[in-house]
Design a protein around this ligand. Structure first.
Ligand SMILES: [Zn+2]
Ligand SMILES: [Zn+2]
Length: 101
């Protein structure tokens, strides 16, 4: 029968348990390789592969930017949304200054 095994995650280096029931499950599925990653990293990878989560920082699609004029200081700026016209648009500086209050 199977016994719990301690494996080392190749992503984060954490020791994790490859439990007897998991080993059985793997054997049933015909997997010959032991899992190389801890459950957390496996879940994170899965999420990334599904395009969800915030892990894929390097492949984040470029956000479309819209030219706008800052309502406070009047400089040309770019905002990540289409300026609607009925709401003042602020540059990054003025925005962070405003949101602080
Ligand atoms: Zn890990
Ligand atoms: Zn401004």
């Amino acid at each position: 029968m199977y016994q719990d095994k301690t494996l080392n995650c190749r992503d984060c280096g954490t020791d994790f348990t490859f439990s007897a029931s998991e080993q059985e499950f793997y054997a049933e599925k015909g997997f010959t390789n032991e899992p190389g990653r801890c459950p957390q990293c496996r879940a994170a990878r899965k999420q990334r592969n599904n395009g969800g989560g915030f892990g894929g920082r390097s492949q984040r699609p470029q956000r479309e930017m819209f030219a706008a004029t800052c309502a406070a200081c009047g400089i040309e700026t770019e905002v990540p949304f289409r300026p609607s016209g009925d709401r003042p648009v602020y540059c990054r500086d003025c925005f962070s200054r405003n949101s602080r209050y």
